[in-house]
Design a protein around this ligand. Structure first.
Ligand SMILES: *Cc1c(COP(=O)(O)O)cnc(C)c1O
Length: 402
C-alpha cells in the first residue's frame, strides 16, 4: 500500500457510514482508476522463484490464487467490515455459503444451535437436514419468546442464530437481550442482517459476534448477482476464511465489483424502500378488504418501539392478510401487472408472493399455524417504483374480492 493510500485509509477511520459505503477498502492501482478496479484473474505471477516460495509459505503477504484472495473481493470485504463496524469480513459465493461456512468453521460434531423459528427457509433445511448428519443439532424457538430462548440452551449450545425483522411477519427480536443471554451461556451470537443491511441496523452495537449477509438481496439491490458475507472479529473471521479457502465457496471478483457499486447507493435505496413500504402499509391498513398488516413501521405492530430503537428505518418488506382465504390472496396476486411474482426480495423491482404455498410451503399445517403463515397472507418486498402505481396494482385485486 502506498503512503497516500495509507493516509486515505486513516482519514476514513472515523468516517460516517455514508462515506464508508462509497470509499472504504479502495486501494488504487498504478493506473489511477477512479472506480474500483475489477481484477478478473484466477492466479497471480511472482517475480522470482524466491518470491513464489515466500508467498506460498506465508512469509510474504500478497496474492497467490483467487480462491484465497482477490483485490476486488478484498475491497468489498474491507468495505463491509467498515460499515458493520467489525474488525474483519470475508466474502462467499452466496448467502447460504456464508451461513454454511460460519457453521462448519466454528462448530463440531456434538455441538448444538439455538435458532429462531422465523429464519430463511433454506437456513432451516441446512441446519435440520445437513448439519444434523454431521452431529450438529438445532432447536428452533419463537423469536420473540424469551422463555423459549432460555429453555432451549443446553450444555452443548455453541451458537445462536437469528434474523430480525423476521420474514414474512416482521417480528422484531431484542438483539441486546438475546446477545446477553447467548453470552451467559458462552455461545456465539450470529445475526443474519440481510433484511436491514448495515444501512438500517448495526448488530455489533447490540452484542452480535458475527453478522452474515445474503449480498444477493439489498447489497446488490438490482437482482443481478449471488453473494454472501461474514463480518466479525478477526479471530473468528479467520476461522471462516480458512474453511472457505479449503472448501471453495469463494465470491467471484465480478460479483464483488457489482456489490461494491450496490453499496454506494445502499443508504439511499434503503431509505426509499422504507418510505415506500411505510406508505403502502398505511394504505393497506385502511383498506376495507385487508384484515391485518404486518409492518414494524405501524405504531400498533408489537415490535414497533423496539424496531424504532434498534433500527434506523423499518425496511422494505411487509405482509398483509386479505379478507378471505387462499382463493382471495391468489386473486390479488394474479391481478397485479407491475409487481413481479417471485420469492426474491431486495430489488428495485417490487415482488409479491404467497408464503403459504411458496417460501413456507414445506411447513406442515401445524408449523404454518404456529408461525402465523395463514392462507390469506401475502408478502410484498417494496421496490423503488412510484408508490401510487403500487397501490393501484394491489387495488385491482382487492376491489375484485370485495
Ligand atoms: C436469501 C436469503 C439468504 C440466502 O442467501 P442466498 O444468497 O440466496 O444464498 C439467507 N438469509 C436471508 C434472510 C435471505 O433472505
Amino acid at each position: 500500500m502506498s503512503d497516500l493510500d495509507e493516509l486515505r485509509k486513516q482519514a476514513l477511520a472515523d468516517a460516517a457510514i455514508d462515506t464508508l459505503a462509497v470509499r472504504a477498502g479502495q486501494a488504487r492501482s498504478a493506473e489511477g482508476e477512479h472506480s474500483e478496479a475489477l481484477y478478473l484473474t484466477s492466479s497471480y505471477v511472482f517475480d522470482s522463484a524466491e518470491q513464489a516460495a515466500a508467498r506460498f509459505g506465508g512469509d510474504e503477504p500478497g496474492n497467490v490464487y483467487s480462491r484465497y484472495t482477490n483485490p476486488t473481493v478484498r475491497t468489498l470485504e474491507e468495505r463491509i467490515a467498515a460499515m458493520e463496524g467489525t474488525e474483519s469480513a470475508v466474502a462467499t459465493a452466496s448467502g447460504m455459503a456464508a451461513i454454511l461456512s460460519t457453521c462448519v468453521a466454528l462448530l463440531k460434531s456434538g455441538d448444538h444451535i439455538v435458532c429462531s423459528r422465523s429464519v430463511f427457509g433454506t437456513t432451516t433445511v441446512l441446519f435440520t437436514k445437513y448439519l444434523a448428519r454431521f452431529g450438529v443439532t438445532t432447536t428452533f424457538v419463537d423469536p420473540v419468546d424469551f422463555v423459549a430462548w432460555e429453555q432451549a440452551f443446553t450444555a452443548d449450545t455453541r451458537l445462536v442464530f437469528v434474523e430480525t425483522p423476521s420474514n414474512p411477519l416482521c417480528d422484531v427480536v431484542d438483539l441486546q437481550r438475546l446477545a446477553d443471554l447467548t453470552h451467559k451461556h458462552n455461545a456465539l451470537f450470529v445475526v443474519d442482517n440481510c433484511f436491514c443491511t448495515p444501512a438500517l441496523q448495526l448488530p455489533v452495537k447490540f452484542g452480535a459476534d458475527l453478522i452474515v449477509h445474503s449480498a444477493t438481496k439489498y447489497i446488490d439491490g438490482q437482482g443481478r448477482c449471488l453473494g454472501g458475507l461474514v463480518a466479525g472479529p478477526k479471530h473468528l473471521v479467520d476461522e471462516v476464511l480458512g474453511f472457505i479457502r479449503s472448501a471453495g465457496p469463494t465470491m467471484s471478483a465480478f460479483n464483488a465489483w457489482v456489490f461494491l457499486k450496490g453499496l454506494e447507493t445502499l443508504r439511499l435505496r434503503m431509505d426509499a424502500h422504507s418510505a415506500s413500504a411505510q406508505a403502502l402499509a398505511e394504505w393497506l391498513n385502511d383498506h376495507p378488504q385487508v384484515e391485518k398488516v404486518y409492518y414494524a413501521g405501524l405504531p400498533d405492530h408489537p415490535g414497533h418501539e423496539l424496531a424504532a430503537r434498534q433500527q434506523r428505518g423499518f425496511g422494505g418488506v411487509l405482509s398483509f392478510c386479505v379478507k378471505g382465504g387462499r382463493e382471495q390472496a391468489w386473486q390479488v396476486i394474479n391481478k397485479t401487472r407491475i409487481m413481479s411474482l417471485t420469492a426474491n426480495l431486495g430489488d428495485a423491482k417490487t415482488t409479491i408472493v404467497h408464503p403459504a404455498t411458496t417460501t413456507h410451503g414445506r411447513l406442515s399445517d401445524e408449523q404454518k399455524m404456529a408461525s402465523g403463515i395463514s392462507e390469506n397472507l401475502i408478502r410484498v418486498a417494496v421496490g423503488l417504483e412510484d408508490v401510487a402505481d403500487l397501490k393501484a396494482d394491489l387495488a385491482r385485486g382487492l376491489t375484485a374480492i370485495a
